[in-house]
Write a protein of this length. Structure first.
Length: 218
């Protein structure tokens, strides 16, 4: 891609981008930041080396815009940002640069994001630390960050407490809709198991919420 810039025209569909014409013919489009960064003006000569520099810088600016727009909706994990940029076919070196930029600006922080993820989930419903850890792993959070997040969580509220909190709320609904004691027990066990709690915790919690209906004979 070589030639002399004959005109620079702002694009109608995206006012933040400009079309570059070389020798009176459309050659490529770039972001406004790229035009300013390289001080592109009519009459400038674009050779292969300069074009490659322009392309790399423009990729970075475009990728940054995508990432920042993605972050506008809610906080994201590093993995989520990477996957979003990969969908746009952004080259790996550019993605790495964007990740570093976002970290420098403190716009992505897996430790802070993990804590927010845990808090948001617990506000909606009490679940086990195991289930939360799985959720964080699926979001690509590093193992050491997961362990630190779960450790802090358990210092404030243990699985036993969360399971009891979930069971007390559910139990009142179960006994209203089901009158068979064995089925009541089965439903509570299934419910808590679905939240990721282990059998030992479930058994203890059941006896607390059921009271005299502990069903020792089972």
């Amino acid at each position: 891609m070589e030639g002399r810039i004959s005109s620079i025209v702002r694009q109608k569909k995206d006012a933040r981008r400009a079309s570059i014409f070389l020798n009176e013919e459309f050659a490529f489009g770039v972001c406004d930041e790229t035009v300013e960064q390289f001080r592109l003006r009519k009459g400038d000569y674009i050779d292969k080396e300069l074009f490659e520099k322009l392309s790399d810088f423009d990729y970075f600016i475009s990728a940054k815009r995508i990432a920042l727009s993605y972050l506008n909706y809610r906080a994201r994990s590093e993995k989520e940002i990477r996957e979003r940029l990969e969908k746009e076919d952004i080259p790996p070196p550019i993605i790495l640069g964007i990740i570093e930029f976002l970290k420098d600006q403190r716009l992505i922080d897996d430790a802070a994001w993990s804590q927010a993820f845990v808090n948001d989930n617990l506000v909606r419903r009490p679940v086990s630390s195991r289930q939360l850890a799985i959720g964080l792993a699926q979001k690509g959070v590093p193992k050491n960050v997961i362990e630190e997040t779960i450790a802090r969580l358990n210092e404030v509220e243990s699985d036993d407490v969360r399971a009891l909190r979930a069971a007390e709320k559910r139990w009142s609904r179960i006994i209203k809709s089901e009158h068979d004691p064995k089925k009541q027990k089965q439903k509570l066990y299934t419910f808590l198991a679905g939240r990721g709690f282990g059998f030992g915790i479930i058994d203890e919690v059941f006896r607390k919420v059921a009271g005299d209906k502990g069903f020792d004979e089972d």
